[in-house]
Design a protein around this ligand. Structure first.
Ligand SMILES: [Zn+2]
Length: 253
């Protein structure tokens, strides 16, 4: 399966990066020291030169063909030895020029092929290099996201720790009521009293004396992060009793 940068984990992206760097290091020794861009430019220029050499070759071969026709027509009509000799001389010298152009043209074609060879060697290196750049980009994005996540997590942990510390402090200062203000039973009939945040912490409730109250562990566990209103409705509790109790204990709710 093809490696997908977007789908891969950060760990495998990092592994891929170091593998890629190693491969590039090895490849570097066998690649031509010229960029693909330059190679493309060179090839274009060489092809242009080859084309104009071919034009030269065509020009002189056409000329030779024309002279040959002329020579044969002379030969057929009137025998003009001097003229035919001159024509033959011209034919020879133009043939030499045509051959010369042809030779230069094939040399130029060879150079085009050699450039293409270099291109073929250079391309995998460039492709790997651009793949490495894509990897690096994705790694930076992921690392930034991860750092942000970590910072947020630390901040949250720190907030929770502070809230808990404040709550412990307030709990120590709370007056211990004997009866649970929610259900009216003796608070420690079934174990220890629990300090409850009347307005829940995760809804923005503070750890203050006015927002914290001792309740029985049953009520505390049942209420969880519910608001007082929801808790009363869910368990069909006596709202008047609860409100009176909380008012007597100087609570805000
Ligand atoms: Zn209770």
């Amino acid at each position: 399966m093809k490696f997908s940068i977007k789908r891969a984990s950060l760990k495998s992206l990092r592994e891929k990066r170091s593998a890629c760097l190693k491969e590039l290091e090895v490849m570097k020794f066998s690649i031509p020291d010229i960029s693909l861009e330059e190679l493309n430019k060179n090839e274009k220029e060489l092809r242009k030169k080859a084309e104009s050499l071919w034009e030269g070759y065509k020009f002189y071969t056409d000329k030779v063909e024309g002279l040959k026709k002329q020579a044969s027509s002379f030969f057929n009509r009137i025998f003009d030895r001097e003229k035919v000799e001159r024509l033959n001389k011209d034919i020879n010298s133009f043939s030499i020029l045509a051959d010369d152009y042809f030779k230069k043209y094939t040399d130029m074609q060879d150079r085009v092929l050699r450039t293409q060879d270099l291109y073929i060697k250079r391309r995998p290196y460039e492709e790997k290099l651009s793949f490495l750049h894509d990897l690096e980009k994705e790694i930076v994005i992921r690392e930034n996201a991860e750092n942000k996540r970590l910072r947020e997590r630390n901040k949250m942990a720190e907030n929770t720790r502070q809230v808990r510390e404040i709550a412990e402090d307030v709990k120590a200062k709370l007056l211990k009521n004997k009866y649970c203000p929610y259900c009216g039973r003796l608070i420690n009939y079934n174990g220890y009293a629990h300090a409850d945040h009347i307005y829940p912490i995760d809804k923005g409730g503070q750890s203050t004396i006015e927002n914290m109250v001792y309740v029985c562990s049953d009520c505390n566990l049942k209420k969880g992060n519910m608001t007082l209103g929801n808790f009363i409705r869910k368990y069909n509790l006596d709202r008047n009793y609860i409100e009176t109790q909380l008012i007597n204990l100087n609570k805000d709710f």
